[in-house]
Design a protein around this ligand. Structure first.
Ligand code: ADE
Ligand code: ZN
Length: 332
């Protein structure tokens, strides 16, 4: 089954580019940019990646992002992730970035997006990897600040496919961002939101009813409501599930307790994604491998998970069909 996982072309729909910052690059950029980081070496960094919940991770993740200053830094960050895509046979990726994490430190929106965009253009040219960019609002900040970020993003409308919502979930429900999501929708952005990662399933209802999202990021708490499960199935709402992340952030105590197989068996549109792979011990293939080593997933389940990611992507139908045909070529 591991061979199948490696051979299958995949799409990734839930990847924070800042979460792909490997310790080695963090050290190189810290030195180049003269930024102090609270670690003495790479092993020391890895030792610090010992999280008890989402917030303990976010504190370290935002501190790590401080080393990103120039356009080249964002290019290098993105390019390193692209090399992992090549290794793991990811042929389409939809990446999140958090503009507010950078603009708050005086790094221009344009610097961030240009570095990411140029690396993604090179990925297309050199490896044929397609991609799109989704900008996330930080939910621990105010809706007013999200509005200001949306305003800034309008100059780069051509480069940004969608708008998302991430950061500290508990206490920052989707309802807090109702108006800014409405405006983003009117401007033509696709909409996604982290919901039901740590917080209860009411956040998923809010994301559906108040934000009118196209996809839910995580959404694993939906299992606690039979009515919501039925609705997600009826409305075919995709859930971008991130197994390693859920284990590292203690959403589930163990891979054996992860509910992805139950969600899949119920008929929900779930996919496998790496979230913040530099922090959560592995990229997309490692997520699949950890699942098959701990849950009774079949080869058909793996194929369904992979196909779901292409079907739920924001690419045009023709390319979707071409990618699904590539999957079929491997499994026939
Ligand atoms: N930002 C980066 N990773 C995140 C996650 N898993 N949940 C919420 N915000 C995030
Ligand atoms: Zn995430």
């Amino acid at each position: 089954m591991i061979e199948l996982i490696k051979k299958l072309p995949k799409a990734e729909l839930h990847l924070h580019i800042e979460g792909s910052l490997e310790p080695e690059l963090m050290f190189r950029l810290a030195k180049k940019n003269n930024i102090e980081i609270p670690y003495k070496d790479v092993e020391d960094v890895r030792r610090a990646y010992n999280f008890t919940n989402l917030q303990t991770f976010l504190d370290i993740y935002y501190a790590g992002a401080n080393v990103l200053i120039t356009k080249d830094d964002f290019y290098d960050l993105t390019w390193e992730y692209i090399l992992k895509c090549v290794e793991d046979n990811v042929i389409h990726t939809e990446i999140f970035f958090d503009p507010q994490t950078h603009t708050a430190r005086g790094v221009a929106f344009e610097t961030v997006i240009t570095g990411i965009k140029e690396a993604l253009a090179d990925a297309k040219e050199k490896y044929g990897i397609t991609s799109c960019i989704i900008m996330c609002f930080l939910r621990h900040l105010s809706q007013q600040e999200a509005f200001a970020t949306l305003e800034e993003a309008m100059a780069f409308k051509e480069d940004i496919v969608g708008v998302g919502l991430d950061s500290s979930e508990l206490g920052n429900p989707p309802s807090k961002f109702k108006d800014v999501f409405k405006k983003a929708k009117e401007a033509g952005f696709k909409l996604v939101a982290h919901a039901g990662e740590e917080a209860d399933f009411s956040y998923i209802y809010e994301a559906l009813d108040l934000l009118d999202i196209n996809r839910i990021d995580h959404g694993v708490q939906s299992i606690k409501s039979a009515a919501l499960m039925q609705r997600l199935k009826d409305e075919k709402i995709p859930l971008t599930v991130c197994p390693n992340s859920n284990i590292e952030l203690k959403v589930f105590a163990d891979y054996k307790e992860h509910n992805i197989k139950e969600l899949l068996d119920y008929g929900l549109n779930v996919s496998v994604n790496s979230d913040d792979p530099a922090y959560f011990k592995g990229y997309i293939n490692q997520n699949f491998i950890n699942l098959i080593e701990n849950l009774p997933l079949t080869e058909d389940d793996i194929i369904t998970l992979v196909k779901n990611s292409f079907k739920s992507s924001f690419i045009e139908d023709e390319l979707k069909e071409a990618y699904l045909a590539k999957v079929d070529l491997v499994v026939q």
